[in-house]
Design a protein around this ligand. Structure first.
Ligand SMILES: [Zn+2]
Ligand SMILES: [Zn+2]
Ligand SMILES: [Zn+2]
Length: 384
């Protein structure tokens, strides 16, 4: 639906200014992907707008998952799909995949989205895996005594109290980083471990054979099959993380799509709804309203604002809505967001009579808008 409105790759604010050129191929890619998805499941009511083909059902189910995935990434803190390692089973998995009902180790599903132009792929890390069992990702490092091969090895430091020059082994006195540690030599208090203590030497000691050595023998342990291997004999495996290809684009597409579907919904309730519609307030100022709906049978109007903000809807967003709302004086104002809302915002919205819909999910947003409009109808004695 971005294609319909021809939105640019720009932050949400600038959606207020319609712009009919600028269609990039990447944009169309993700748009068609989002667009086809939207008609697949929850929107039976308005599915006559875009007819759905039955034989496409499986494909659109997959796209439904992908849209969910995009939304979940958009709401995550770091906007990255990262792998986790299950050390017991030795497998790599992407927890976000389970959240959308996909198998958590289905890397080819993610790679498919890279091919579709939805995701970008980056190297996350290089793992050294067992040369005999390269499918097992969980190898961990083990230290051994080079003399007796015992694992009963400990790491030792020398600590030096800079002020008095007292030097001790860490086993004897830890110069604990906790406050109020006293130097055993000069009896002065150590308040800042980092600044007051130097670490002049570090070595290992084997508790079985008492050997002291600078370098422990390092082996990698194949956890699943319980054997060690030399790090140099291991294979290198690259793991990948994924990010949204056009995170701004996709959120803008989402917005454009939500707008489109809400307009259809409102028109079905005997409203005349317009996108980015200029409305004159009582002060004479013109406010461009993301969705403005005027009843065909009464004087009622509905203002709908759509705002998304990565770190959550805050008071400044609310203020930007209050100004046009109060100036236009509409009874019915909705704020729709896929973002979270900060503390106190829900109360603020309620105080000013703004109906707040904060939902990550398209279909839930639509059904809440529908609830709102049909409640309004019931209250105002209208019939659909
Ligand atoms: Zn192995
Ligand atoms: Zn030893
Ligand atoms: Zn001292």
């Amino acid at each position: 639906m971005c294609v319909v409105f021809g939105k640019k790759h720009v932050p949400e604010k600038s959606l207020l200014k319609p712009n009919s050129e600028n269609k990039s191929s990447g944009l169309q890619n993700i748009t068609s992907f989002l667009k086809r998805d939207s008609v697949s499941e929850p929107l039976d009511k308005i599915s006559d707008v875009v007819p759905e083909c039955k034989h496409e059902h499986d494909a659109s189910k997959t796209r439904g998952k992908s849209v969910q995935l995009v939304q979940k990434v958009q709401q995550s803190d770091d906007l990255i799909i990262k792998p986790l390692l299950d050390y017991n089973d030795g497998v790599l998995f992407y927890p976000i995949l389970s959240e959308i009902g996909e198998s958590p180790d289905n890397v080819s599903y993610l790679d498919g989205l890279v091919d579709d132009g939805v995701l970008d792929k980056q190297i996350y890390e290089k793992l050294i895996v067992c040369p005999i069992h390269p499918k097992m990702f969980s190898s961990s490092m083990r230290l051994y005594c080079p003399k007796c091969q015992s694992m009963n090895v400990q790491k030792l430091n020398l600590f030096e109290h800079k002020k008095c020059g007292y030097i001790t082994e860490s086993v004897n006195f830890a110069f604990s980083a906790d406050a109020n540690s006293m130097c055993p030599s000069c009896q002065k208090e150590i308040t800042n471990f980092e600044k007051e203590i130097r670490v002049p030497a570090m070595w290992y000691q084997c508790d079985d054979c008492r050997e002291k050595f600078d370098n422990a023998t390092i082996k990698l342990h194949c956890r699943k099959y319980g054997h060690d291997f030399d790090p140099n004999s291991g294979q290198f495996i690259t793991t990948y993380s994924y990010t949204l290809k056009h995170s701004e684009t996709s959120i803008n597409c989402d917005v454009a799509q939500i707008k489109d579907e809400i307009v259809n919904l409102l028109n079905g309730f005997n409203f005349n709804a317009e996108i980015n519609y200029p409305v004159k307030g009582r002060t004479g100022n013109i406010h461009e309203i993301p969705i403005y709906a005027k009843s065909n049978i009464s004087d009622a109007s509905i203002l709908i604002f759509i705002k998304n903000q990565a770190d959550g809807i805050d008071e400044s967003v609310m203020n930007s809505i209050l100004v046009p709302k109060l100036d236009i004086g509409s009874e019915n104002t909705l704020l729709i967001t896929v973002s979270s809302v900060k503390d106190g915002i829900a109360r603020l919205a309620q105080h000013y009579g703004i109906f707040l819909i904060s939902e990550p999910d398209f279909s839930k947003i639509l059904s809440k808008v529908e609830d709102f409009v049909s409640n309004w109808y019931t209250k105002n004695g209208g019939n659909k």
